[in-house]
Design a protein around this ligand. Structure first.
Ligand code: ADP
Ligand code: MG
Length: 696
């Protein structure tokens, strides 16, 4: 069984040092303009409060509404800083403590009970009770044992897993008392603890407080109700920010039981500085010296992160629609970047692949009538020699090609028979799959040899994997098949190269195309891909000089494809831009939700700070939430992008995924989430706890 009072043995304090000592405390509001508003007039709410409270006292601070009781309590509980005056806690000036040390003090020394309970709505009763212990770094097992013991003692054993909205007011107030006791609660500060309760629940709560006082806790209860105040052992009356009555500490402090002052009867302010007996032995007053060291340490990083991840996960689950919308924003952003870039890149690579099969250096030269009229020119062997001699030109390959009846056995078919020199495979970046290509010597010797395309193979020899050595009848001449070309696939051009028969140029002229005096067209290869334009110009100049007129035409497929590739790159860029815009829009969505989340949860931040969270704890929590959200969203986005891309690919759209696009989109989403999760949380964590508590 865990004791609900502190287990640490007490170190006797100097009896003369009051636990809490206020000197000339003033609190002013206003005077500083809030953003976008006119400067409000400065009002002083506390006009110089002098007060000493000793360990073990049960004090009621009584006054009418608006007299400054809550303000005083916020100062006492280090939730707010006074504008003026000195606050000594156990002899130490609180003004010298930094934010983390104040958090430590709130965590170790104080337990707050508020009129409005201030429970975290998304957490269960037990989790609410455990919040202060989390920030104190208590292990999960110890935490659970203690919170269960506390709730059981307060009669809430069966309500541990209820959330605040599933509890009555009286039950919520008991949960908040349990929370105040979680870290020891040496000093319980209760602001109108019964204010929102019915008579019966109010009486229950007061009985509980009474028991705590008897157990040695220092109690400061704020109330406007004389009957409530009458239960304390000392009553301090406050009116318009001044102490107007004090039944005195001397008679009551440390006595432990029985000494109860009649409310309002005594009014000797000088009595506030009488000495008091030491605190109850079971209740050690936290030594502020520890704040210096322990204020800056907390639970282990690992436990902190686990706790933050748990809270984050719960937050996401409880706000399903909001989480869903944020996720949707991230998912759409990330997925669209991935898909659009993949489609753009697919289109670009398709053109590049075409360039590869067509050759990036190939032009087509043919004769034609000049645009000014007159007969078409004739491309002679000498013309081709002159072109071949140009430094910008690589190969020059004249071609004769026509559909001709090709026979094998009883099968025949009209087929395009291309007569070209032995360099054809080189010019077209193509290779032989079976057998070999014909040689220059065979061409000169007018050898009757042929190489066939893969479809020609399939047409004439569907069952014969090896047609080498067979005789095809082309026109009326027999040709021996010596090779089969590799499958080339669909070209962007009109002709299907796989459906052809290739024969040597000179044998073709001698045996098939006897009537032909000049090539049908000439394939001209530039020396390199960046010389295509120069080669075209040089070739035109030479031919124009030789013919005296432009009776020829040049088809520059390479230049056309290069231009197309450039267009596709531009398209990819544009798609990328659109995708980036959608990512930004998604990011703004995330940003908006993060801002709303923090806004919405300012009060939760206030509660957490009041129970001892340091700024860093708050930041860590929100960062973890943002990280979790964006990682989940980013991952779903990547998966969705891949899925959409795969569907597109299956339906025939060329799609090429880029890992860099995926990583980039993912990281952008995470970065947006982190930045916009972090910034507002940082602002909220900097607030004074009172301001955050008043939020929402
Ligand atoms: P009580 O708790 O005794 O009812 P409070 O301490 O809440 O009174 O408030 C005392 C006075 O201070 C009231 O007149 C109230 O209007 C004013 N006050 C409290 N908080 C603020 C604030 N943040 N800004 C300006 N005035 C405030
Ligand atoms: Mg109040």
């Amino acid at each position: 069984m865990v004791s609900v009072v502190s287990e640490t043995p007490s170190t006797p304090d100097t009896p003369l040092t009051p636990l809490i000592e206020l000197q000339g405390i003033r609190k002013r509001y206003g005077g500083r303009a809030a953003r976008g508003e006119a400067q409000p007039p400065e009002v002083e709410v506390l006009h110089g409060i002098d007060l000493a409270i000793h360990a073990g006292e049960y004090v009621a601070i009584m006054g009418a509404s608006g007299s400054g009781k809550s303000t005083l309590m916020h100062v006492l509980g280090c939730l707010d800083r006074p504008s003026d005056g000195v606050y000594r806690f156990n002899g130490h000036d609180v003004a010298t403590l930094d934010a983390d040390e104040l958090a430590w003090l709130r965590r170790e020394a104080f337990g707050f009970v508020f009129q409005g309970y201030h429970l975290i709505a998304t957490e269960s009763a037990r989790e609410n009770v455990e919040v202060p212990a989390i920030y104190a770094g208590l292990s999960e097992a110890a935490r659970t044992a203690r919170s269960t013991a506390l709730l059981t003692r307060l009669g809430l054993a069966d309500k541990q897993h209820n959330r605040p909205n599933q509890l009555s007011g009286g039950q919520q107030q008991r949960v908040s008392i349990a929370r105040a006791l979680m870290n020891g609660g040496q000093i319980i500060l209760a602001d109108e603890p019964t204010g929102a309760l019915d008579t019966k629940s109010g009486a229950d709560v007061m009985r509980l407080l009474r028991e705590l006082a008897d157990a040695g806790h220092t109690l400061i209860v704020i109330t406007h109700d004389r009957n409530v105040a009458a239960q304390a052992r000392r009553v301090i009356e406050i009116r318009d920010g001044r102490i107007v009555g004090d039944t005195g500490a001397g008679a009551s402090a440390g006595a432990g039981a029985g000494v109860r002052s009649a409310a309002g009867s005594a009014s000797d302010p000088s009595a506030t500085h009488t000495t008091a007996a030491p605190a109850h032995p079971a209740l050690a007053v936290p030594d502020i010296a520890h704040a210096r060291t322990q204020g800056h340490t907390g639970a282990s990083l690992w436990a902190d992160l686990r706790e933050a991840a748990r809270t984050a996960w719960r937050g996401m689950r409880l706000n399903r629609s909001r989480t869903g919308l944020t996720l949707l924003g991230i998912v759409i952003g990330v997925a669209s970047v991935i898909v659009m870039l993949a489609v753009g890149e697919g289109a670009r690579q398709k053109v590049v692949a075409e360039l590869g099969t067509m050759g990036t250096t190939i032009m087509y030269l043919g004769s034609r009538p000049p645009s000014t009229g007159g007969p078409r020119g004739i491309l002679t062997e000498d013309d081709l020699e002159a072109v071949r001699a140009l430094p910008e030109i690589g190969h020059v390959m004249p071609v004769i090609g026509d559909p001709i009846t090709v026979r094998y056995g009883r099968a025949d078919k009209q087929m395009y028979v291309m007569a070209a020199s032995h360099i054809m495979p080189k010019v077209h970046h193509w290779q032989v799959a079976q057998g070999r290509y014909y040689t220059d010597a065979e061409d000169r010797d007018l050898a009757p040899v042929a190489v066939i395309g893969s479809k020609t193979h399939a047409h004439f020899f569907p069952d014969d994997p090896n047609p080498l050595g067979r005789q095809l009848l082309i026109g009326n001449s027999p040709f021996e098949i010596i090779g089969v070309m590799q499958e080339r696939g669909a070209d962007s051009g009109a002709q299907d190269y796989d459906d052809m028969v290739f024969i040597p140029y000179d044998s073709g002229r001698a045996r098939v195309y006897q009537a032909q005096t000049e090539p049908d067209y000439v394939v001209v290869e530039a020396a390199s891909s960046d010389l295509v334009q120069a080669a075209e110009t040089a070739m035109k100049n030479v031919l124009r000089a030789r013919h005296g007129r432009e009776d020829f035409g040049v088809g520059n497929a390479a230049a056309r494809l290069q231009a197309e590739a450039a267009t596709r790159s531009a398209m990819t860029m544009m798609l990328g831009l659109i995708a980036a815009v959608s990512l930004v829009v998604g990011g703004i969505g995330v940003m908006n939700v993060m801002l709303m989340t923090v806004r919405e949860r300012t009060r939760e931040i206030g509660i957490r700070m009041a129970t001892g969270a340091r700024q860093r704890d708050i930041l860590r929590q929100f960062l973890t939430e943002a990280t979790l959200l964006t990682f989940v969203g980013g991952t779903i986005g990547v998966v969705a992008g891949l899925a959409i891309g795969t569907v597109l690919r299956l339906s025939g759209v060329p799609v090429v995924f880029a890992v860099s696009a995926m990583a980039g989109a993912f990281l952008c989403a995470v970065a947006t989430g982190l930045i916009f999760g972090y910034m507002p949380a940082k602002t909220a964590a900097r607030l004074d706890p009172v301001v955050a508590l008043a939020g929402e």
